[in-house]
Design a protein around this ligand. Structure first.
Ligand code: NAD
Length: 236
């Protein structure tokens, strides 16, 4: 099978570097362009126009840049996988608009484990009245957004499952933590905790590249990592 050609945005960043490293050992992925801020090493800007240079964009950058990238994807008809978090309502609208023309996959967390946790949350609907719920998240101190995009996603899934409002997620920042998400389920006589720990950034990079391979053959539409994993009916 021919490798898919990837244009990587946010390539100089922590996730970008992880993806570059992972792609080196994956014969199915060819990074054809590394895009980041002008003047940052040998990274390029988004190509101005012309032929589509890649099969798919993989993006881990920042919300302001993602807006430009999405418009560029629209112009060049390039599918995009994005894991950039800290988005606002108009960004979600832009994702949707672009997805009418090209396949778009956005997820706050590209790991398979978080997709599985979201599935588990559905089972709490049956006992919603007997328990109190609280989500807690821990990340490294350089993380820009709080609560994390993953915590907000799990919060939406949990509230949908238990059909009630849950207190907003608690955020802790410190050290080099890649990402811990914990769901507290508290009853009068028993508690349950579900905890997911990302042991490295590679788990997100691997998920994003797997999603990119899947997305390259899809029709226009707005997808999540759950779709790429075959977990239908769950939105991440
Ligand atoms: P980072 O700050 O290390 O990297 C971001 C990169 O984007 C930087 O190199 C920066 O120069 C570049 N960038 C930002 N604005 C730009 C612009 N206008 N033009 C060109 N380049 C620009 O951040 P990171 O830790 O790699 O994370 C990136 C994003 O991915 C964050 O939003 C983070 O929350 C998210 N993230 C998502 C997942 C997931 O699984 N979905 C996992 C980890 C991180």
């Amino acid at each position: 099978m021919k490798p898919i050609k990837v244009l990587l945005t946010g390539a100089a960043g922590r996730m970008g570097q992880e993806i570059v490293e992972l792609a080196k050992s994956d014969s199915q992925i060819q990074i054809v362009l590394k895009v980041d801020r002008p003047g940052k090493g040998d990274f390029a800007s988004l190509p101005s126009s012309g032929a589509r240079p890649a099969d798919v964009v993989v993006d881990f950058s920042a919300p302001e840049f993602l807006r430009d990238i999405l418009n560029w994807c629209l112009q060049t008809k390039t599918p995009i996988v994005s894991g950039t978090t800290g988005l606002i309502d108009t960004d979600y609208e832009l994702l949707k608009k672009v997805s009418h023309t090209v396949p778009v996959l956005w997820s706050a967390n590209m790991s398979m484990g978080i997709a599985l946790v979201a599935q588990l949350l559905k089972s709490f609907g049956a006992v919603a009245d007997e328990f109190t719920f609280q989500i807690e998240e821990v990340h490294h101190h350089r993380k820009v957004d709080a609560p994390s995009g993953t915590a907000l996603y799990l919060q939406r899934e949990l509230e949908a499952a238990v059909d009630k409002t849950v207190s907003p997620p608690l955020s802790i920042r410190g050290g080099g933590v890649f990402g811990i998400h914990k769901i507290w389920v508290m009853g009068e006589e028993e508690t349950i905790t579900i905890e997911h720990t990302a042991l490295n950034r590679r788990v997100f990079a691997r998920g994003a590249l797997r999603a990119a391979q899947w997305l390259a053959t899809q029709s226009p539409g707005l997808y999540t990592v759950n779709d790429a994993l075959g977990f239908h009916g769950a939105k991440n």
